[in-house]
Design a protein around this ligand. Structure first.
Ligand code: F0G
Length: 344
């Protein structure tokens, strides 16, 4: 029924807030038995790739765009590693306002670029990384009086809390551990606040430990210093100076959790395991948590039997190039005999 309708009671909605709805949210929480057994935990994957634009961004974008309309904004603007731009473009198209997106040149996965363009956004390529694009987008939005829909817009994180509420509604409580990729650090902050809200409302009794995973080449929250030249195959989290760093640090500190980093090789291995042993295709950034859980398991730091919610933030189809670079090609057959041979 869409995030605004399902969780409107917990969101800052007024009589004047337009009822924007692309049926985002209410994503599946899938139990991954085989992978969970190999880790010694009860593993649940939240398939955020099932959102209308294929990532978790839609949860917050729906409220950000509804509020932009309520406030009379003429257009929306964002910088993005890809998914925010796809989501912003989708909602702008749906409600009929212009959308401008700033992308780091050459570093956005093909599917995300195709989305922003086909939804009709004006796509602007920046010679610089995401952090630089974000600075420019903030300044341009202020100068032009357009609504800024990156997670510096508080409505984004407010509605992204709905992911935590759904997990608790489905499980009947919070998981023991919450594993999530971290880029600009908004989502981990939103989930933590969502869990805390539900505890305050008396809907759950315990809170999870928050485990945030970054790519080794873009891990400012692990090294505790900004990373001026972030680099990783997981382009969605190729971010060196996270805007919500302080919220994210608080989430990890208050929950007795931790940040950890994983290599690109570990991310790609996790992507294959998730697909082959779980039947779920998630984009590389989304596989950082599984890579991290595997790493923790090897170090004997994963509590046996714990329930773990892992957020698969984006759909694997967003980045076909990275997937194709790791797999073989289809087998060509020229005859029925060759087909039968291929079946062996
Ligand atoms: N996973 C995916 C698939 C993402 O697209 C992002 C962020 C993250 C994880 C990290 O979430 O920033 O809240 O810590 N993508 C942003 C974008 C930066 O522009 O699409 P975060």
């Amino acid at each position: 029924m869409g995030v605004l309708r399902r969780y409107g009671a917990y969101l800052p909605i007024t009589g004047k807030t337009p009822d924007v709805n692309l049926e985002e949210g209410s994503t599946p929480l899938v139990r991954l038995e085989k992978i969970g057994a190999s880790l010694g935990v009860e593993l649940f994957a939240k398939l955020e790739g099932c959102n209308p634009s294929g990532s978790f961004k839609d949860r917050g974008m729906v409220l950000a765009v509804a509020k932009a309309l309520e406030d009379g904004a003429k257009a929306i603007v964002c910088a993005s590693t890809g998914n925010t731009s796809a989501s912003a473009a989708a909602y702008a198209a749906h409600v009929g306002i212009p959308c401008y997106v700033l992308l780091p040149s050459g570093k956005v996965a093909l599917g995300k670029l195709a989305q922003a363009l086909i939804y009709g956004a004006k796509v602007i390529s920046i010679d610089g990384n995401f952090d630089e694009a974000l600075d420019m987008a903030r300044k341009a939005a202020a100068d032009k009086g357009f609504a800024m829909v990156n997670s510096v817009n508080p409505y984004r994180l407010t509605a992204q809390k709905s992911g935590a509420w759904e997990i608790c509604d489905t499980l009947g409580g919070a998981p023991d551990l919450h594993a999530i990729p971290v880029g600009n650090a908004g989502n981990i902050s939103a989930y933590w606040h969502g869990y805390k809200d539900y505890k305050d409302f008396g809907k759950i009794t315990a809170l999870p430990r928050m485990l945030g995973f970054q790519a080794e080449g873009a891990a400012p929250l692990v090294t505790n210093q900004p990373c001026p030249h972030p680099e990783t195959i997981a382009t969605a989290i190729r971010i060196g100076n996270p805007v919500s760093a302080e919220f994210a640090r608080a989430a990890v500190r208050e929950s007795n959790g931790e940040f950890n980093s994983v290599t690109d090789e570990e991310i790609l291995a996790a992507q294959r395991i998730l697909a082959k042993d779980g039947g779920v295709f998630a984009e590389p950034a989304s596989c950082a948590p599984l890579a991290g859980l595997i790493k923790l398991r090897k170090a004997d730091k994963l509590p046996k039997g714990a329930s773990v919610a892992m957020i698969l933030t984006g759909n694997g189809l967003k980045d076909p190039d990275t997937a194709m670079s790791q797999v073989g090609r289809p087998i060509n057959v020229a005859s029925y005999a060759e087909l039968i041979e291929a079946f062996s």
